[in-house]
Design a protein around this ligand. Structure first.
Ligand code: SUG
Length: 421
């Protein structure tokens, strides 16, 4: 049994568009109404997956959900034909691409029953995301069907908001050893919604059978949420014994760092001071929404959005970090501009699962050859552009459904034709 980290990326769906649906996500609201490029968006995501394979990492995928979501509209007593513009956009969103919000994952070394537990996120705060969970749950139940190794949970019930792994960090000596799990939650009262509720995090920790002595709950700083950090992974990322975070990410960083040092003495905390990179710069460049990964040859790499390289202050700070001979040895910029324009960087696009790849349904794992065949299909079937007015066109709804159906055929995932919500 070899437990390693697998990154499951959400393939950008054919309905990708800019509808400005997420209050508090500054990129998404600033780009509302712009022309979207679903084909290019999906190809950018696939190129990132290929780049990760080239680094020697194990890569998985999740497929887009069935959109428009007619079942959700029916539960609201309407249809795509008769719904108003707002409901139609909520039913059409490709937001399931951000797999970091699919579930919270507690790997087997941390849980009481020695299985890897996954809790599907309810995403109740945003209407367009609140109907992702049935399709996501169906997919997780398929990918992680082996009940000797995995336990997939349905979402925590509302009203407790849960946005999944984007607000969860795991620190450990190495992926296959006992870890410290940190749940980061927000408190309401600021200008933007606090999407992760402490009650939801506590429920997930209990359901996963985590040891309370190795579980921490940390409050996100209200300044970070107000500055546009709608998820903690916009201002912090952890991998093995390293925590890389902005000085203003947490409400009480001193207490969090002290608890981490007490529970994991080898922890290395790399804090970026606000004087070097302001919260606003961190959020516009998304330097923390990076995949911090352990390379097979040793050392860690930060897989960052190219927007981080475009900001000279951010980039020079990062170059200094790499030159300092610390654990982070490489910077790998990737181009995911279309996802970024909706507030989703490289880290948002992936869900990390520590598991033995042999225990995962192989249809959810990819190699170069499979990525190339998905690229050909996307190039032929994904719409080239979507403008806001297109959301009212029945021909687009049909094209989007057909494109997804062809992808499911290609990946031999026909069970999901009917199962997704
Ligand atoms: O939930 N954007 C997503 C971005 C999610 C990023 N994920 C992580 N940080 N892990 C969100 O705000 C915008 C869709 C629109 O407006 O059309 C959107 O849903």
């Amino acid at each position: 049994m070899s437990l390693i980290e697998i990154n499951f990326d959400g393939i950008v769906g054919p309905s990708h568009n800019f509808a400005g649906l997420s209050l508090g996500n500054l990129a998404a609201t600033a780009n509302a109404g712009k022309l979207a490029h679903p084909r290019q968006a999906a190809l950018q995501g696939l190129a990132k997956m290929r780049a990760n394979l080239e680094l020697g990492l194990v890569q998985g995928l999740f497929v887009p959900l069935d959109r428009p979501d007619e079942a959700w509209l029916a539960s609201l007593g309407t249809t795509m034909e008769s719904a108003d513009k707002a409901l139609r956009a909520n039913a059409f969103s490709a937001s399931a691409m951000w797999a970091a919000n699919a579930a919270t994952v507690s790997p087997s070394p941390d849980t009481a029953d020695g299985r890897c537990h996954l809790s599907t996120a309810n995403l109740v705060t945003m209407p367009h995301r609140s109907h992702e969970w049935p399709g996501t749950l169906a997919q997780l139940r398929l990918a992680f069907a082996d009940s000797r190794h995995f336990m997939v949970h349905a979402p925590v019930p509302p009203p407790f908001g849960d946005e999944g792994a984007a607000n969860h960090m795991r620190l450990c000596s190495s992926h296959n050893t006992l870890g410290i799990e940190v749940f980061v939650y927000g408190e309401s009262g600021g200008p933007f919604p606090a999407r992760q509720h402490r009650e939801a995090s506590a429920a997930v920790a209990r359901r996963h059978g985590l040891d309370p002595a190795r579980t921490l709950f940390a409050r996100q700083s209200p300044e970070a949420i107000a500055a546009g950090a709608f998820h903690n992974d916009v201002v912090a990322v952890a991998n093995e014994h390293v925590l890389f975070a902005h000085e203003q990410a947490f409400a009480d960083p001193t207490a969090l760092y002290a608890a981490l040092r007490e529970k994991l003495p080898e922890v290395e905390i790399i804090e970026v001071p606000a004087a070097a990179v302001s919260l606003a710069e961190a959020i516009s460049s998304y330097l923390f929404n990076a995949q911090l990964v352990t390379l097979p040859e040793g050392g860690m790499a930060l897989i960052l959005p190219s927007e981080a390289r475009a900001n000279p202050r951010v980039w020079s700070w990062l170059e200094g970090l790499v030159a300092s001979n610390g654990p982070i040895r490489r910077l790998v910029p990737v181009e995911v501009r279309e996802s970024m324009a909706n507030g989703g960087g490289p880290a948002c696009l992936r869900l990390r699962v520590v598991a033995d790849p042999a225990t995962v349904d192989p249809r959810f794992l990819v190699d170069e050859r499979r990525i190339a065949s998905i690229e050909s299909l996307v190039s032929a079937e994904w719409p080239e552009t979507i403008a806001p007015a297109d959301l009212a066109r029945p021909a687009l709804w049909r094209d989007v459904r057909k494109a997804r159906a062809k992808l499911l055929d290609l990946l031999d995932l026909s069970e999901l034709q009917v199962a997704s919500g």
